[in-house]
Design a protein around this ligand. Sequence first.
Ligand code: DC
Length: 222
Amino acid sequence: MNNGIITIDGPSGVGKSTVAKSVANILGLMYLDTGAMYRAVALQVKRKPININNENELLSLLKTTNIRILNNKNNVLKIILNDEDITDEIRSPEISRISSDVATKGSVRKKLVELQREIGLNGNIVVEGRDMGTYVFPDADIKFYLEATLEERAIRRKKQLMENNIDRDLENMIKEIELRDKQDKERLESPLHPAPNAVIIDTTNLNTDEVINRIIREVKGE
Ligand code: DC
């Protein structure tokens, strides 16, 4: 590897986090979940609450927003907002919605992209998000873009929530993910799309291990 950066991008619910974390563990690299950063800003917005369309309010909120991500040796992440552990709190459907809104804001993206590049500076990292290969790390060694049908992603998300005893209606989940897809793909700032040199993997009919193996083989040039 050259700069030691592997990017994994793709839409909501495609399974990026699980895959990226496992790939990082197998290759002995660090893992960064950049969606968690947008979720941390979303939690701040919810708590204050501010009007995110008012740039002054947003900028002053960002000044008081200090996000840190701590990795343990298995790349289980702790997300820290101003010294508070918010790891679990940012996984709610409400925060998913607000994070997709705050992610359309240039000032939010600017602050988080700086932090992401700082964390990625020394390489040896698997970074996961929406614009890792297209914008944040355009010179990454190898880029992946995961996709899957809307229905399959909603089913996966539902299963994930069930593990945390949250039961959601599948039709509603499909609508929510569809809305987030639209917002993530159509926003002006770093919209979601595959980097031209990304390896695109359709995961609809693959299980997690198959996706992980496919990525590892690609990284090893097999
Ligand atoms: O991956 P996730 O669902 O945790 O991401 C939450 C939101 O953050 C998602 O709607 C899009 C946004 N996001 C982004 O715009 N850019 C990233 N690199 C990561 C996430």
